[in-house]
Design a protein around this ligand. Structure first.
Ligand code: GLU
Length: 362
């Protein structure tokens, strides 16, 4: 029986990891790339829009400059990415041209998601590129990204892009078949996962070649939680399997399929949960935790125990319980300075309104 997606796939985000793109000698795996691009072109001809999130800038930069060991300092990584990203795009442009398809480079940092205006701009940009039947090839802007504005890994970037363009499927191509159950010394591929529970995370295995990429299975699962929460189903499959993209789209049961969640977050809630980078933490007492977890309640000042960070009005903050467990995220009505001024006042000012508060489902 073939796999059923919740809706026809008209727009897909494909993420390819560095290990699929580059050899151990840090050179492009041309045969793989050629096969991937040929499949994307075939899919495009069938009217499916494709966004390709491609890693590989740093590893190809290392190859181009003959550097065997991945550096750890930011400046070196940025320089390597500058060299490698150009090599990567040249290669894609040539390969897409062989298939009579045009591609475009889109480089993003977390700021493009963090800031609502830039977020909307980015959405319009993707829309305009896709309307012209051009394939956006996306990567993190590693050359200018500092720790402050970094996603950290392209798995998360691909999930946020899938949400931004409202994709019908996120396909993560890695160098493993999918997610494996490694319980009790066996190794079994999970065919389908409805919910990424703590149990699944504890028995899950299968990682990329670590020296090349940032990700690993934990990063993939975190990314998948973001996408499935926005009702985007996901598949992790081996980028080296023949015709993997075409087979996944036909519903063939390869890789691991992650079913989308039912209750969709509104765009604003999703952005609060995943798009915005929190500016601080507010810790609450047990009474406030219980009230918030019932749902539909605002966070009131008497429940606030302490706060950290430097946040302003309308910034996203993480809400912790007293055990430092994240219970929610929300847009605060008060800055750090304001909270200091009102903390001894009587009454119950609303620190986070319930409409701007999203309970944690991570
Ligand atoms: N953006 C990085 C690159 O292109 C890859 C990050 C990752 O592997 O997740 O080299």
């Amino acid at each position: 029986m073939s796999r059923k997606f919740p809706r026809p796939i008209k727009r897909i985000v494909i993420k390819v990891g560095s290990s699929v793109i580059a050899t151990y000698a840090m050179k492009p795996r041309v045969a793989h790339l050629r096969s991937l691009v040929r499949q994307i072109a075939a899919v495009e001809r069938n009217g499916v829009e494709v966004v390709l999130v491609s890693s590989g800038a740093i590893v190809l930069g290392m190859g181009a400059l003959g550097q065997r060991k991945r550096p750890t300092d930011l400046a070196s990584l940025q320089a390597l990415a500058a060299v490698g990203q150009a090599a990567l795009m040249n290669r894609y442009t040539d390969l897409f041209r062989e298939n009579k398809v045009k591609c475009a480079q889109v480089l993003l940092t977390w700021d493009d998601f963090n800031n609502r205006v830039r977020y909307n701009n980015a959405r319009n940009t993707f829309q305009a590129i896709l309307q012209r039947s051009v394939v956006p090839v996306v990567n993190e802007n590693d050359t200018i990204a500092t720790d402050e504005i970094k996603f950290g890994d392209n798995d998360k970037l691909s999930a946020l892009v899938a949400c931004l363009v409202q994709a019908d499927l996120l396909l993560i191509l890695s160098d493993v078949e999918g997610l494996f159950n490694l319980k009790d010394g066996k190794k079994e591929l999970f065919q389908e996962i409805r919910e990424i529970t703590g149990d699944i995370e504890s028995v899950a295995g299968g990682t990329d070649k670590k020296h090349m990429s940032r990700g690993g299975m934990t990063a993939k699962l975190d990314a998948i939680k973001i996408a499935t929460q926005a009702q985007i189903p996901c598949v992790i499959a081996n980028g080296e399997s023949e015709d993997v993209l075409l087979r996944v789209l036909k519903g063939e049961r390869i890789g691991t399929f992650f079913v989308e969640k039912e209750g969709k977050h509104l765009a604003k809630q999703h952005w609060i949960s995943f798009g915005a980078k929190p500016k601080g933490v507010i810790t609450v007492d047990d009474g406030a935790r219980e009230a918030l977890q019932k749902g539909g309640r605002s966070l009131l000042l008497p429940g606030v125990v302490s706060w950290e960070g430097h946040f302003g009005v309308d910034d996203v903050v993480v809400v912790y319980d007293k055990n430092k467990q994240e219970i929610a995220r929300g847009l605060t009505n008060y800055s750090t300075v304001d909270l200091g001024k009102i903390q001894d006042k009587k009454g119950k000012p609303e620190v986070i309104h319930c409409d701007n508060l999203v309970l944690c489902e991570r």
